[in-house]
Design a protein around this ligand. Structure first.
Ligand SMILES: Cc1cc2nc3c(=O)[nH]c(=O)nc-3n(C[C@H](O)[C@H](O)[C@H](O)COP(=O)(O)OP(=O)(O)OC[C@H]3O[C@@H](n4cnc5c(N)ncnc54)[C@H](O)[C@@H]3O)c2cc1C
Length: 444
């Protein structure tokens, strides 16, 4: 028999952004009833999340590895760049999930449910989620990181680039890696694939994740990334296939186009993470942006005010991103020159601050002035400053989205989460809620 239950908040999707919001809500002592729902809470290890931050970063304790030194290389420039104000962190997906799920398990107001979500619906006062088993869950707000909203129009993208990469985590027979220095970019000199580079995260002297990353419109066949990595390992570290074993693979396609920002799925349903446009278009980094919003949102909900609509970057940063995307999409040699000049002439901490969109205008100018500028001047003529507009229509809630009122037929009969009846409902439907013991199994 399909069930229907009412919560204050539903978080649909327990990946990076869903777990982030749940974690911040618990940390901020939010007392409303929360449902976190995902296909599976099993702690996969398909991703490693890297980001820069201060040494007291909230996830510093679970970092698999941190670095203070980086290596950058492009064309004739090759240098070790030392981080003074930041650390570069790497968090394993499994550690992130395990840590947050353990915190959530202890929170009396959080239900964790493994079910597959079919769709969402909302009206001006309530939001509903329907699962493939035809169960309906209602809440004041749903935060979802699963579906691209139907009003998202991919044809509106100006430069539909993706950051696509394949990485292999290898264990070598010999100690060949400098574990204190990660390679942020070793820019490829081949023109064929698009703007491409190697990214190396050395975890130990004999263990590293080596990734071939490309910024271009289309992914390549997997064999090609592997071939590139094999040649790089041979050329750079003198490693042949016989000298290492592959422990893990990681493949990703991250949108880095100037995608219209889509903060709302429909009224009372907020988009989080990748589908919410949280990815920084010019870099693909998402982790820190997700956490920044989650913290702000949790604080608002604790105060009893409406959650803030996830905002796009300011005009200034969207504009800089657009200019760079144009160069990346149209001119690979110039792209290389831009990255070379940027890392040659600007301190890496300032670059990270700029990419975090925390610089003031003067600092922006210092970063921009350090870059090889002719391609930017050409891009300026195509997208003149101040005249260039960004997707303001997408900020309108429910644009083109039909509300599925039929899910709400019995809405008024559904008790509030704080009503006594609802706790009885919860008991009756308890087999649907992932039990703490079960979760321990999946988490460990
Ligand atoms: C391999 C890889 C490496 C990356 N590395 C970095 C990095 O180093 N730094 C960085 O900042 N960004 C990185 N990113 C980009 C970005 O941070 C991640 O893609 C991130 O996981 C996006 O978070 P999300 O919450 O939007 O989606 P996800 O983390 O993918 O979460 C979505 C969740 O929804 C669930 N789900 C999907 N469909 C359903 C359904 N129908 N019903 C129920 N549940 C469902 C999924 O199981 C999943 O748990 C990487 C991306 C990839 C792919």
């Amino acid at each position: 028999m399909p069930e229907s239950k009412r919560y204050d908040i539903i978080i649909a999707g327990a990946g990076l952004s869903g777990l982030s919001l749940a974690w911040h809500l618990v940390k901020e002592n939010y007392t409303g009833q929360i449902l976190l729902i995902d296909n599976s809470f099993a702690p996969n290890n398909h991703k490693t999340w890297c980001f820069w931050g201060k040494k007291d970063h909230p996830f510093a304790d679970i970092a698999h590895r941190t670095w203070k030194n980086s290596h950058f290389s492009a064309l004739d420039f090759s240098s070790e760049l030392s981080l003074k104000e930041h650390l570069y962190f790497c968090v394993k997906e499994s550690d992130y999930k395990e840590t947050i799920l353990r915190t959530l398990q202890k929170a009396p107001n959080v239900d964790l449910l493994e079910e597959s979500i079919l769709d969402f619906s909302s009206n001006s006062s309530k939001a509903a989620l329907i699962t493939k088993d035809s169960n309906t869950y209602l809440a004041d707000y749903i935060f979802q990181s699963i579906f691209m909203p139907s009003h998202y129009d991919p044809s509106a993208r100006k430069y539909p680039l993706i950051q696509h990469f394949l990485g292999i985590e290898i264990k070598t027979d010999e100690k060949v890696f400098d574990k204190k220095t990660f390679t942020l970019m070793d820019v490829d000199s081949d023109f064929n694939d698009g703007f491409a580079f190697m990214y190396v995260l050395p975890f130990k002297k004999n263990r590293a994740l080596v990734e071939y990353t490309i910024f271009s419109a289309n992914p390549l066949i997997k064999k090609h990334y592997k071939k590139k990595i094999r040649s790089y390992l041979e050329e750079k570290y003198g490693l042949t296939k016989e000298n290492y074993s592959i422990k893990r693979k990681e493949y990703g396609e991250i949108p880095m186009d100037d995608r219209p920002h889509t903060p709302l799925y429909s009224s009372r349903i907020m988009n989080l993470g990748t589908v919410g446009g949280f990815t920084k278009p010019s870099t693909g980094y998402t982790f820190s942006r997700v956490h920044k919003y989650s913290k702000k949102c949790a604080q608002a909900l604790v105060k009893g005010v409406n959650p803030p609509t996830p905002t796009a970057s300011s005009y200034r940063f969207r504009y800089y991103d657009l200019l760079l995307l144009r160069v990346l999409a149209t001119n690979v040699p110039d792209s290389r020159k831009i990255f070379r000049s940027l890392f040659k002439n600007s301190p890496i901490d300032r670059i990270f601050k700029f990419l975090s969109e925390e610089t003031n205008f003067l600092e922006d100018l210092m970063v921009l002035a350090s870059c090889y500028y002719p391609p930017f001047l050409r891009a300026l003529t195509v997208h003149p400053p101040l005249i260039t507009q960004f997707d303001k229509d997408y900020l309108a809630p429910s644009k083109g989205k039909e509300l599925k009122e039929d899910y709400f037929e019995d809405f008024e009969h559904v008790p509030n989460s704080s009503d006594e009846d609802s706790s009885q409902d919860a008991e009756e439907g308890s087999e649907k809620i992932v039990q703490k013991d079960r979760l321990n199994e999946t988490v460990s």
